[in-house]
Design a protein around this ligand. Structure first.
Ligand code: SF4
Length: 251
């Protein structure tokens, strides 16, 4: 069984295009898993972890109308068979497993992916991870791509929570791993340079992406960030889904 995020009483599994990074524009099936081991202050999927009666801090806490989420309402457990039935409705073989932090459920993911690949070996499995957990060997063997989004100090978490050297060494060495950094300001770049140098992450596997949940914010930052990518030989990635759909869930 996997713990999946629930949206309007249905599991958050949807068919869209990959909006960011190396596979930008590819038609993909997204599965959003519940639970996270971090609590980024600006997280836009906090319905996967910011449960009632917890003391996690989130920027929405300042909004008097904001209520933390009920696990019962926002989390659903699904069997491998039910998940596979959802996936098989769609024509794509590109599967993006996101969260929350999907690798928290990696033991159950091993069995899910092997059941899925029994249906069709050509499923391409892509994980979106915060880069704090080393994948099990059995999971790594089934994985085609990791999109590693290491959290910078703008997440307002202690460095020891968001930077896990063993995991970063693993992903830096894995040719399947592409790093994606959300950039808002100059200081974010300094942190990227330091991480790239400490963990010797090949620049061709690093994507810089402007921070922003509105088209206008992205447009304001994109020219500045593109020049930085050109100068330092990083890849630039946009947030295509924001340009097309805005900040909507489940599409
Ligand atoms: S790691 Fe991702 S899902 Fe977890 S709190 Fe941070 S932004 Fe949200």
């Amino acid at each position: 069984m996997l713990k999946v995020a629930k949206i309007e009483n249905k599991p958050e599994i949807f068919y869209s295009i990959q909006g960011e990074g190396k596979n930008l524009g590819k038609p993909s099936i997204f599965i959003r898993l519940s639970l996270c081991n971090l609590a980024c202050i600006w997280c836009d999927t906090d319905y996967t972890w910011n449960w009632e009666n917890t003391t996690f801090i989130h920027q929405n806490d300042q909004n008097p109308n904001y209520q933390k989420y009920s696990k019962k309402e926002y989390l659903i457990k699904l069997s491998n068979q039910s998940l596979i039935a959802e996936i098989e409705q769609y024509p794509s073989l590109q599967v993006v497993i996101t969260g929350g932090e999907p690798l928290l459920q990696q033991k159950n993911l091993v069995s899910f992916i092997s059941d899925l690949k029994e249906k069709n070996q050509n499923y391409h499995i892509e994980f979106e991870t915060n880069g704090t957990i080393v994948p099990l060997a059995a999971l790594d063997a089934q994985t085609d791509q990791y999109n590693v989004s290491v959290k910078l100090s703008n997440a307002q978490l202690a460095e020891k929570e968001r930077i896990k050297p063993a995991a970063l060494h693993f992903f830096a060495a894995s040719k399947k791993a592409y790093f994606k950094f959300v950039i808002e300001k100059e200081q974010d770049l300094e942190e990227v340079f330091a991480l790239q140098s400490t963990y010797q992450i090949p620049k061709e596997r690093i994507y810089l992406m402007p921070e922003g949940r509105q088209r206008e914010t992205l447009q304001k930052r994109q020219n500045w960030l593109i020049e930085i990518c050109k100068k330092h030989l990083f890849n630039y990635t946009d947030r295509l889904h924001i340009h097309i759909y805005g900040d909507k869930r489940g599409i």
